[in-house]
Design a binder for this molecule. Structure first.
Ligand SMILES: [Zn+2]
Length: 399
């Protein structure tokens, strides 16, 4: 993974646009290319070290790079304004070490959550923290041109409000199914007119930015996976809003499947002769759950969600279940209790008393998907699946 080859190490880092926007991939590009894998690793460690910072020697120890190579990379990151000195720290038996930290405000990324009736747009810094947010009504099931115009208007307003540094790109999260790699929507339940629409490229052209498209559930799960140590291990993010889906993080990495087909959690069939679902089948979890919500039977909805979650736990042996989405957030305690009860009953059935898979609310609340959408652009800049210092049980400065 890492290399000590000086030519590789001295190479340019992630392709961040500079203040004039140079270096950004053109509209329609998938992402700013990672020109330097090792620079991305260094950036990832700087990010996870936070305000406390990390020394060059620690960076070398954790990347396997030579101190000389680390110095070249950090010099370039400082020249681009991405890293700065964070003071000096006494070290055992040696001279004080200069520590470096990420400059989170050096660049921004846009995260867009296209829900069926609302657009949430955030401007996030390099640490993934939102520095500005806008919400606007959106008719996702209306004509594409109308949706694109709303997104363009809101992004322009967001950037005008926030001003500030260059934007590296926009992550767009919307209901699936869709093809993340091609950036094309498929037959979205309730909005079949999007089938085959190249939303990523259309938005890249409108916004003049690189755009990454993914399902709302995947974006949220990716965002949650960036928070070590919570991001370590395996979890399912279950999103119950106007629909029901899942984002799966397995072994620390987001699992999309080769066709972005993973996580179609809402359309597993629980009742063969059940009510018709918007997808055309009968007895899907989504149909059963939303029907229970519609008739005011929240314990029933929570129980259906719990049974489906228990199936997922049985199938994937995940470490925990996270709940989110508007319908859950309207009654978080009811859903948490209902799902936990089913998981506990399942654990007892399997003879695992006291070891039920824990369930909790996903952090981020109503903004979890938009925050995660920004991570579609940000996360790759910090190394593939970068676990960070904290996830390794190491705190810089502790030794
Ligand atoms: Zn269905």
């Amino acid at each position: 993974m890492t290399s000590s080859d000086p030519e590789t190490d001295a190479g340019p880092g992630p392709d961040f646009p500079d203040a004039e926007g140079r270096g950004a991939a053109g509209p329609g590009a998938n992402l700013p290319a990672l020109r330097g894998h090792n620079a991305a690793l260094v950036l990832g460690l700087l990010r996870s070290a936070g305000e406390e910072g990390v020394s060059r020697l620690e960076l070398a120890a954790h990347t396997g790079l030579t101190p000389q190579a680390v110095s070249k990379i950090t010099a370039r990151l400082r020249a681009e304004g991405l890293a700065a000195e964070a003071g000096r720290r006494a070290s055992t038996g040696g001279k004080p070490r200069t520590v470096l930290r990420l400059v989170p405000g050096a660049r921004h990324a846009i995260g867009l959550h296209l829900d069926r009736d609302e657009l949430t747009a955030v401007l996030a810094d390099l640490a993934g923290d939102a520095v500005a947010e806008r919400r606007a009504p959106l008719a996702f099931e209306a004509a594409a041109a109308q949706v694109l115009a709303t997104v363009e208007r809101e992004v322009a307003a967001l950037r005008a409000e926030a001003g500030g540094p260059p934007v590296v790109g926009a992550g767009v999260a919307c209901p699936g199914p869709l093809d993340h790699t091609a950036g094309v929507l498929h037959r979205v339940t309730g909005a079949p007119q999007w089938d085959g629409f190249p939303l990523r490229d259309a938005l890249a052209e409108r916004l003049g930015l690189p755009v990454v498209l993914d399902k709302d559930t995947n974006a949220a799960a990716l965002g949650l996976a960036q928070r070590p140590p919570d991001g370590a291990g395996s979890f399912a993010y279950l999103h119950l809003g106007t629909g029901l889906g899942a984002g799966l993080v397995l072994g620390g990495g987001l699992h999309r499947g080769p066709r972005t087909g993973a996580g179609e959690f809402g359309h597993q069939i629980l009742q063969l002769d059940g009510p018709r679902c918007g997808c055309g089948q009968h007895g899907c979890v989504e149909a059963l759950c939303l029907a229970a919500v519609a008739r005011g039977d929240l314990p029933g909805a929570a129980r259906v969600l719990g049974v489906a979650a228990a199936n997922l736990v049985e199938l994937l042996d995940i470490d925990r279940v996270l709940l989110g989405g508007r319908t859950v957030l309207e009654n978080p305690d009811g859903f948490l209790t209902g799902v936990a009860d089913v998981l506990a009953a399942q654990a007892r059935t399997r003879g695992r008393t006291g070891t039920a898979v824990p369930v909790s609310l996903a952090v981020g609340g109503a903004r979890a998907v938009a925050d995660g959408a920004a991570q579609l652009v940000l996360a790759p800049l910090f190394g593939p699946g970068n676990p960070g210092l904290a996830a390794r049980g190491h705190r810089p400065g502790a030794g």
